[in-house]
Design a protein around this ligand. Sequence first.
Ligand code: PLP
Length: 380
Amino acid sequence: MATSIAIPQSMLPSDGRFGSGPSKIRSEQVDALQSAGRTVLGTSHRQAPVRQLVASIREGLADFFSMPEDYEIVLGDGGASAFWDIACANLIRRTAACGSYGSFSAKFAQSVASAPFLDDPAIFKSDPGSYRLPELTENADAYCWAQNETSTGVAAPVQRIAGSREQDALIIVDATSGAGSLPVDVSQCDAYYFSPQKAFGSDGGLWLAALSPAAIARATGLADDAGCDGSPRWIPPFLSLRSAIENSRKDQTLNTPAIATLIMLAEQVRWLNANGGLAWSSTRCAHSANTLYAWAQGSDYAAPFVSDPAARSNAVVTIDLDEAVDASQVIAALRANGIVDTAGYRKLGRNQLRIGVFPAVEPDDVEALTHCIDYVVERL
Ligand SMILES: *Cc1c(COP(=O)(O)O)cnc(C)c1O
């Protein structure tokens, strides 16, 4: 039985969490919870202690992304999935062009397609394992895609689509699992949004976004138009980006946030900046990812799923296994040894391992993981 394989203690990684989100939370983040326990946890999010925490996250992320002066970090409850609906309701005027190349990018394109007040989006589709950016589209007012397609381990560039500026179109990038791991110049987009449970190793439930002045103006304008120009758009109050912007400027959220999530996120942002910011974290993630890709290429039973090396993600690594090796057995054996969440995305349906190599994951642990996989496969 796969689960009876015992990997020698000396071979095991120091931490066995390799999930693609939720992902490893460092013990210092849990310590931060402990020390905030009596002062911040369980207190009002409208008072100074929690507002200072939100301020430190907003300022810390602005530093981390070397954000242009006139961009703003905005946050709210609901995670990146909520931001999909927020983008439909507050950022797309009428017509979006969407890249679709995996579960997450497809889900967003589907949200746009099903919004009754929006035109059918132009969808630029490619097979899982590759990416396709949306192309210049007549009448488009927004271009949308994912920087890191978490379901397939593909990374796409973040860059303005040539001609989109002349259309006053917004660039809206789902950076949920890319932000914090992959290099980015946020001035190349208008909304760069993510959740804290991936590269920021916190818990889920919040969304965060770096917004450009153009995105803020679009959100405010659409909110003002709603209901008074003959084409009323009802924006559910919970999904109002204008409310989120107004609250964020006061270092608050529209409704009650998970304060524990904020504490762990603030600690992670502090840790990342203290180590050298995005340049440091993206180098560290690239190193970890390369360890896995190089190991797979040298292995006689494993290979990177993404064939184009330039499209391989340095945040979420997908490795196909030879059909003679049953990935589900490898995953079960690893789990029995405390190495968890290495399964491929279920709906992709491949004989595959998928490994989150976010900044919190130690590069040495990634190296150890490769030896553990070899150990298990030799004994299956
Ligand atoms: C995880 C993920 C989401 C969904 O995030 P939630 O916080 O669960 O709503 C959206 N997009 C991408 C690319 C993701 O990886």
